[in-house]
Design a protein around this ligand. Sequence first.
Ligand code: GDP
Length: 180
Amino acid sequence: VSEHNREEILYKIILVGDSGVGKSSILVRFTDNTFQPHFSPTLGVDFNVKTINSKETGQTIKLQLWDTAGQERFKSITQTFYRGSHGVILVYDVTYPKSFERCKSWVEEINSNTQDGMIIILVGNKSDLSSQRKISTEQGQQLADSLNIKFLETSAKENFGVTQVFDMLVHDIELTMKNS
Ligand code: GDP
């Protein structure tokens, strides 16, 4: 393989949202296709890498997936976390209204730490917990519309919607790249 053929596409994707909404679980579902019911948050920002193929171009894309790893509990997410990111997954828990209500201020934080036009997808996680659900799909969609961002629901536990989140994000990142 010659030097220039090895040039690779790398997108930095970050997951934000209140503690306990399932950010790590979504990440682990996507990268390892597993689910751990009792997750202990580890401290310090860390990232996973997953390689996918672009549905658009067939090219190999490396996704560098950053998890806050509990830092959000101390309101100490640094600029380093946001720096160079191509897309943001903003997660709330459909059974926990507080995490939903906080999404607006999360978007403000994202916007003040990233360049204009950052791609953000709002994700309502734990959709498997139907009897405990407090935030409807319509409410999620309405919030996303009002913030002008996309919206999907997921269950990291039941493996519902997770791949779609990353597909949608990569698709939108590629669109932005093409038009810039
Ligand atoms: P984080 O703090 O946002 O990274 O959240 P975690 O990934 O650590 O998840 C917090 C808790 O919610 C853990 O006990 C998970 O097992 C649980 N959890 C995460 N995603 C789901 C889901 O889709 N459904 C259900 N029922 N539980 C989930």
